[in-house]
Design a protein around this ligand. Structure first.
Ligand SMILES: N[C@@H](CCC(=O)N[C@@H](CS)C(=O)NCC(=O)O)C(=O)O
Length: 210
């Protein structure tokens, strides 16, 4: 059994969606980051960076933070959503790292400046909205001739998708990114994604672009 320490955010949803897709039994432990629960000493022992998500795998006692590491661990544990073939495996790793280094941090800044603090730092809003659109453009080109970012549905898609689900916060015009819209909408229909989205609790329906 796995304990998943999580909250209703893109990084948290990556882990719950992966657990659902892989059919692994787990218990969701809510860490309410709006109440600073991520700074509790007990959580610090599991997640030294004080951030969700984190897991504890009671099969072997392993505690792990960082959503990218968690996705790789779960994929290796189950043999699912990460191809065995080295070239395909590194393609998935490449796009997972692209998410971890680009999509996550940059869209996170968009949320901070443009959604929660509009007008306070116009230069930062402009910079991060521009970068968000650049990243959406990269993803759209990648999806032009393939169904998923690394051909087969994988942990790379699972890492990116919850960030795109906040497209309204990011002021994204899907008219510019038709391939991202198609990919996003298709993944949103997956039962495991719908279930994982509502962990540790339901906040809203999955947004679907018109
Ligand atoms: N690189 C980390 C980022 C994790 C992260 O930023 N988590 C946010 C929620 S999405 C968090 O715990 N924030 C709490 C805080 O900022 O104190 C990962 O991918 O796991």
């Amino acid at each position: 059994m796995i304990d998943l320490y999580t909250w209703t955010t893109p990084n948290g949803r990556k882990a719950s969606i992966a657990l659902e897709e892989m059919g692994l039994p787990y218990t969701a432990q809510a860490v309410d980051i709006t109440k600073d629960e991520q700074f509790k000493p007990d959580f610090l022992k599991i997640s030294p960076n004080n951030r969700i998500p984190a897991i504890v795998d009671h099969d072997n006692g392993l505690a792990l933070m960082e959503s990218g590491a968690i996705l790789l661990y779960l994929a290796e544990k189950t043999g699912k959503l990460l191809p065995k073939n080295p070239e395909q495996r590194y393609r998935v790793t490449e796009w997972l790292m692209w998410q971890m280094g680009g999509i996550g941090p940059m869209l996170g800044q968009v949320h901070h400046f443009a959604k929660y603090n509009p007008g306070k730092a116009p230069y930062a809003e402009e910079r991060f909205l521009k970068e968000a659109n650049r990243l959406y453009g990269v993803l759209d080109r990648r999806l032009t001739e393939r169904e998923y970012v690394a051909d087969e549905y994988s942990i790379a898609d699972i890492s990116i998708w919850p960030w795109i689900s906040r497209y309204e916060w990011q002021q994204i015009d899907f008219g510019r990114y038709p391939n991202v819209k198609r990919w996003y909408t298709q993944i949103a229909k997956r039962p495991a994604v719908q279930k994982g989205y509502d962990v540790p609790k339901k906040v809203n329906d999955i947004p679907i672009p018109a």
